[in-house]
Structures are given as structure tokens and as C-alpha cells.
Design a protein around this ligand. Structure first.
Ligand code: IFM
Length: 444
């Protein structure tokens, strides 16, 4: 099989970056190796009732110990870049203690990629906060933003321009809202107020970190990655239209407006003044530090209607869904990208930093025929192609994920990989989707 992409598409251009993505906690395992400290996800997994089947980050894909083999696997795909995250608990396992073994692991990873002709795309924070920081309030504590900036400085000073692209945060919406507002991710707190306060401190941490990162790695690109699930109104009624606009402000523009326009969307805090975060007058200017790219993670859309109590509710959707229950709706990706370009005159170049499907098709006779996932990629590549045709500056696309891994509160029950992982034997098997990527990438 191969993906069908128009001959003249920019996606066929070698300047367009294709890659695969992972995150530290989801693949590394080795949670006590070489001085790594406990993270909020280790604690959350150990708390009964939080993670399906009480799964945890051990051994995950045992990537920490299988680094060389996994680097060869990435190479075999023919990708231009590999997007990974760095575990803060390996780098600073206790306050102000900078762990040589932690740096050495990521140095081997980065150098191993470069030796194989693959560009390293590093994310500094993909949800694994050191537990000792959570014990002091985590992202509710303003101090954590300054601690992050120091950590980002150390890492970028060490890895420098060997890393082609640095993202401060992956999906601050998830860290703040799933972690502190809805309680379904670590650390499991449930308060609107705390959710927005955590969001503010994550954004502040991003803005505080960027100048030093730029100084340490002047040739690298610096940015941030947001997850966006665009909201569609269930009907044309003014109420439902309002609900969709409110939901987008709450979930997307609460993050994007401070980053690009130095302000929060008024619709949310006018309606809920008690949700507004405590901030200093200078914070928004710090948050809006110029960035070189914006990463967009896209999986699905939502449909909403005005709620009789509260603001809006999600409406169940008909039609095709992935195995995790998320609607397959590629048109929303094109519309989102075009909408961002229209709304934000200073929108930086976009990278689709994650896109993919949970498809739990199993191994049969040594093969995984994950046709739903393969088709999902085809449809979303078409959607990206269409957005480029409509004038959006998109520079790259990363498939989530390189391999099956720990899917947070869903444990190991949901498989997102283009490579199958047998968690008992740690054998990796390229799926049909992975083979399709391989053929497409080789033929560009
Ligand atoms: O697995 C996650 C990843 O960590 C962040 N983005 C969404 C993926 C699928 O849920």
C-alpha cells in the first residue's frame, strides 16, 4: 500500500518534515534507573482507581534500555525527524541536583539520531512533573514556572543546536485542565479555578524559558505544542452557536490568545470571573515571547450544544470512530488550520506535531493489518494538503505514535503505534500503517 498524495503536493517536497512522535513517560520505563526521581504520573498510577487496570509506566516499551534498537527502527521508517520528550525527573531528580546520567541518556538519543541523519525534535515537558514539585503545589505554585525555566536553560545549554526544534510544553490544556480541573490525569485535582491557574503558570513557564533557550540554541526553532479539538455547534440556533464559540475560547483560545495576542479571551472570564487566574501585570508580555513555530496536535472534533445548566455540553456523534471512541473527522483539521490563519495575523509556521488513531487490531501470524489507522492517516494527509492549498504555512507532520505505548488513564488498553509492541517480550512489529509510511517516505 501507499498513501495517495497529488503529484504536485507540498507534502511531497523534501523540505516538508515528516516524523514520528513519542513521550518519555509513555515509552521509557526504567523509572528508578540512574537516579530518576518519582514523577506525578508514577504517583497517580500507584493510586487505586486512577489508571485502567492499575497499569503504570513500567516497563512501558523499555525504551530507556533499548535505545539503540529503537533508533534503528526509527531510521528504518525513512522519517526526517523524531519528536521525543525529555523527562524532568531524570534531569533534576531533587531540587538543584543536575543528574549527569539523565543528560547522558538524552545526549545519546540526540547524537544517535544525528548519526542516522534524523533531526531531533525535543519537547521539554510532556506531563511528567517531578513529584517533589507537586508536593509544593505543582503548577498551582508560581515558583514551578521559574523552576521550569531553569530546567529548560540547563537542557538547552547542554544539547544546544544539536536539537533542531525545541518545544517547551506538549498540550498544556491536558496538564492544566485534565490534571487540575477535571481530575482525570495526574495530579488528579478538580477545580475550575485551579485548572485556569495551572494553565496560566504553564504559559508563564513557557514565556520565561524561551529567551534562554534561544540564547543556548540560536540555530534551533523554538515553540510550543497545543492540542486542539475544534467545537462544532449542534445546530444553527444562536444558543448552540454561542456554545461552540465559548467552548473554543475556553479550550483553545485561552492558550493561543495569551501566546499570540497578550490577552485572555474575555468571553470566558466575563462569564466566570471566579475562574480567572491570579497574575502579575507583566505576565502576558512574558508569555507572548516570539516563537518560531506552533505545534498543533489534532485527533478529533467535538459537537456541542447550549446546556440548560452550565455553559455547553458535548453531543454524542454518529459516524466512524477510532477504538478510543473519538470521531474521525478530517475536515475539521483543514477548517481549524484555515481558521487559525484567519484569526491570528501573526500565526507562526505550523507543524502538525501529533496526529493518529487508536486502532487496537492485534498481531495475527506475525502481522498487524491496521487498516482503520492507515485510512485515518490517508484522510488526514489529504486534510493537511488541503490546508496548504488554502494558504496555511505548514512545515511538517508527525505521526502519533512511533510505537504502542502507555496511554495515560487508559493504561495499555489503547494502541496508537505504527509499530506493534508485545509488552511481554518487547518485540516490535511494523504494522501495515508503518509499512505504508515507509513506502510513502521512500518514494518522495
Ligand atoms: O498519547 C497522547 C499523547 O501523550 C498526547 N497527545 C494525545 C495522545 C493520544 O491520546
Amino acid at each position: 500500500m501507499n498513501f495517495t498524495i497529488p503529484e504536485t503536493s507540498k507534502l511531497r517536497d523534501k523540505a516538508f518534515t515528516f516524523g514520528v512522535a513519542t513521550a518519555s513517560f509513555q515509552i521509557e520505563g526504567a523509572s528508578t534507573a540512574d537516579g530518576r526521581c518519582e514523577s506525578i504520573w508514577d504517583r497517580f498510577c500507584a493510586t487505586p482507581g486512577k489508571v485502567l487496570n492499575r497499569d503504570n509506566g513500567e516497563p512501558a516499551c523499555d525504551h530507556y534500555r533499548r535505545l539503540e534498537q529503537d533508533l534503528d527502527l526509527i531510521k528504518s521508517l525513512g522519517v526526517d525527524a523524531y519528536r521525543f520528550s525529555i523527562a524532568w525527573p531524570r534531569i533534576e531528580p531533587s531540587p538543584n541536583m543536575w543528574n549527569e546520567a539523565g543528560f547522558a541518556f538524552y545526549e545519546r538519543l540526540v547524537d544517535g539520531l544525528i548519526a542516522r541523519g534524523i533531526k531531533p525534535y525535543a519537547t521539554l515537558y510532556h506531563w511528567d512533573l517531578p513529584q517533589y514539585l507537586e508536593d509544593r503545589g505543582g503548577w498551582i505554585n508560581r515558583e514551578t514556572a521559574y523552576k521550569f525555566a531553569r530546567y529548560a536553560d540547563r537542557v538547552s545549554a547542554r544539547l544546544g543546536d544539536r536539537v533542531a526544534s525545541y518545544a517547551t510544553f506538549n498540550e498544556p490544556w491536558c496538564s492544566a485542565f485534565l490534571g487540575y480541573r477535571f481530575g482525570v490525569h495526574a495530579p488528579g485535582l478538580k477545580s475550575h479555578r485551579l485548572g485556569f491557574q495551572a494553565a496560566h503558570h504553564l504559559l508563564l513557564a513557557h514565556g520565561l524559558a524561551i529567551p534562554a533557550m534561544r540564547q543556548n540554541a540560536p540555530q534551533a526553532q523554538h515553540g510550543i505544542v497545543l492540542n486542539v479539538t475544534p467545537s462544532y455547534a449542534q445546530s444553527d440556533s444562536a444558543d448552540d452557536q454561542w456554545a461552540a464559540a465559548f467552548a473554543d475560547d475556553e479550550n483553545t483560545h485561552t492558550y493561543l490568545q495569551p501566546l499570540l495576542q497578550r490577552r485572555y479571551p474575555s468571553r470566558v472570564f466575563d462569564r466566570h470571573p471566579d475562574w480567572a487566574p491570579t497574575q502579575l501585570a507583566s505576565d502576558l508580555a512574558i508569555i507572548a515571547a516570539p516563537i518560531d513555530f506552533l505545534g498543533i496536535n489534532y485527533y478529533t472534533r467535538s459537537v456541542v450544544k447550549k446546556a440548560s445548566t452550565g455553559d455547553y455540553t458535548n453531543v454524542p456523534q454518529d459516524g466512524a470512530k477510532t477504538d478510543i471512541g473519538w470521531a474521525i473527522y478530517p475536515t475539521a483539521l483543514t477548517q481549524l488550520l484555515v481558521d487559525l490563519k484567519t484569526r491570528y495575523s501573526n500565526l507562526p509556521p505550523i507543524f502538525i506535531t501529533e496526529n493518529g488513531a487508536a486502532d487496537n487490531t492485534g498481531l495475527v501470524d506475525g502481522a498487524v493489518h491496521d487498516m482503520m489507522r492507515t485510512d485515518y492517516y490517508q484522510q488526514h494527509l489529504n486534510a493537511v494538503h488541503q490546508a496548504i492549498e488554502e494558504g496555511v504555512d505548514i512545515r511538517g507532520y508527525f505521526a502519533w505514535s512511533l510505537m504502542d505505548n502507555f496511554e495515560w488513564a487508559e493504561g495499555y488498553s489503547q494502541r496508537f503505534g505504527i509499530v506493534h509492541v508485545d509488552y511481554q517480550t518487547q518485540v516490535r512489529t511494523l504494522k501495515t500503517s508503518g509499512k505504508t509510511w515507509q513506502i510513502f517516505l521512500a518514494e518522495r
